[in-house]
Write a protein that binds this ligand. Structure first.
Ligand SMILES: Cc1cc2nc3c(=O)[nH]c(=O)nc-3n(C[C@H](O)[C@H](O)[C@H](O)COP(=O)(O)OP(=O)(O)OC[C@H]3O[C@@H](n4cnc5c(N)ncnc54)[C@H](O)[C@@H]3O)c2cc1C
Length: 416
């Protein structure tokens, strides 16, 4: 079998890239060990985060660090037996989170964030996936009045980005989402970010994009990316029906990208931030239409096809260890104060792995030492948001078009 490009990994990043390459006339085969949208892209919180212009930084305040060190928070948790293994990564992440470097990361990511909704819209229309996507934005909520006031003061730092938003007091929240509890036991206030879109089944959205790719003549193969080899001039992957060969291959394996890169001699500071989800039923007469992020406890409550999806913040633990209920339990205890959640839908939580680089931006571009090999991974907290924009940028680079954004901040060489 021959193709122009083999894309390894059919998460939102790989599928979006495959569509962009196909639109530029390339014959693409998407290779995945399970199928489209079964990895991290299956279970995220569904926010196309047009409002998250500042990347998710490592906390630098002493009070926050002391709180996280106690390891009782719901937004960040670590396994004490594992944390030392990511200590070098965390140190680099901490350094890149200084105000000056965070400002650089923000500028670097801005073109992709700004393009995120428009690039999704392009595929949503073509894939007929409008039923999965909502244009109502999301709510950032605070329970402590002083923290809500501080958040409103911090809005001044975001003024230059022109983000559409409303500030909601308890009555405003009640008018928009009557089932959310406000007041002493519930929310003190919220910021309603109106530019983002939200997805009611992110795995299904990835599969719809993949179905569009197939309808347009693209091929999807089930195979292990670890079989990839190079002759120096072309790339091959072992499929059940024989080898697949192409002059170009792309690593879009999300959290599993680091392992493959090591095999080709690239030592990249790569880490995984684990996150869990679980769905809950809502009692009759209750409804939630707008996802809400509890900014103090670091979880999201998002209305999804299967129920209200509760997604957790960050867990540093062995990516290969099974899902656990520790963080979801902590988040659930707070979430029940905001919304009358019923029984969980699943017996055990789902586990997802966020693919992260310490300077808070993905690697998008050519492999420095292997002609024909390209990288598109490391989208961390915003892979759903960034998949289509990042895929467009890489497709433009691979086909020699003028890229819509400066690719320099995403080059792999920054780590070598
Ligand atoms: C709890 C949680 C909430 C989140 N919420 C949001 C959100 O609201 N908004 C947002 O923008 N982002 C969110 N994210 C982040 C987002 O989900 C990820 O950044 C994104 O899904 C990464 O996509 P990907 O395609 O790079 O990786 P994946 O979706 O993991 O895709 C990688 C693919 O590679 C395949 N693969 C791996 N190894 C092999 C192999 N050896 N051979 C063949 N195939 C292989 C896998 O099967 C998989 O399909 C969240 C993440 C988590 C965990």
């Amino acid at each position: 079998m021959k193709a122009d490009v083999i894309v390894l990994g059919a998460g939102i990043v790989g599928v979006s890239l495959a569509l962009h390459l196909q639109e530029r006339g390339r014959d693409v085969v998407l290779v995945d060990r399970t199928g489209p949208g079964e990895g991290t892209s299956f279970g995220n919180a569904g926010l196309i985060e047009r409002a998250s212009v500042i990347p998710y930084a490592f906390p630098r305040g002493l009070a926050s660090l002391a709180r996280y060190a106690l390891n009782r928070s719901s937004d960040v948790r670590y396994d004490p037996r594992y944390i030392w293994r990511v200590a070098p990564f965390l140190f680099r992440y901490w350094r890149h989170s200084s105000p000056r470097r965070l400002a650089l990361a923000t500028q670097a990511m801005l073109p992709l964030i700004e393009a995120s909704v428009a690039e999704h819209d392009h595929f949503i229309t073509a894939a007929g996936a409008g039923d999965l996507v909502h244009a109502g934005g999301w709510l950032a909520g605070w329970r402590t009045p002083a923290k809500f006031e501080a958040a409103q003061r911090d809005l001044a730092d975001l003024a230059e980005y022109g983000l559409a938003h409303d500030i909601l007091d308890a009555a405003g929240i009640g008018a928009l989402e009557p089932s959310l509890r406000t007041g002493r036991e519930g929310l003190a206030g919220a910021i309603h970010w109106r530019d983002p879109k939200t997805v009611s089944d992110p795995g299904a959205l990835t599969r719809r994009y993949a179905a569009l790719f197939e309808r347009r003549g693209g091929r999807i193969a089930i195979a292990d990316a670890a079989t990839v080899e190079t002759t120096g001039r072309s790339w091959t992957v072992g499929l059940a029906q024989g080898p697949l060969e192409a002059p170009q291959a792309v690593v879009a394996l999300g959290p599993q990208s680091g392992a493959l890169l090591k095999r080709f001699g690239y030592s990249i500071p790569f880490a995984v931030k684990r996150g869990h989800h679980r769905h809950y039923r809502l009692p009759p007469d209750h409804v939630l239409r707008t996802p809400i992020v509890d900014e103090e406890a670091g979880f999201v409550l998002a209305p999804m096809t299967k129920g209200i999806r509760l997604t957790t913040g960050i867990e540093f633990a062995d990516p290969a260890a099974p899902a656990n209920a520790i963080q979801i339990g902590r988040a659930e205890a707070v979430a029940r104060r905001l919304l009358p959640l019923g029984e969980p839908v699943e017996e055990t939580p789902w586990l997802g792995l966020r693919p992260c680089l310490p300077d808070m931006r993905p690697i998008i571009g050519p492999a420095p030492r292997h002609p024909g090999l390209w990288f598109d991974f490391g989208h961390a907290h915003h892979g759903l948001t960034l998949g289509p924009a990042s895929g467009r940028l890489l497709a433009e680079l691979m086909t020699g078009e003028t890229p819509f954004a400066d690719p320099a901040p995403y080059r792999c060489e920054r780590f070598l």
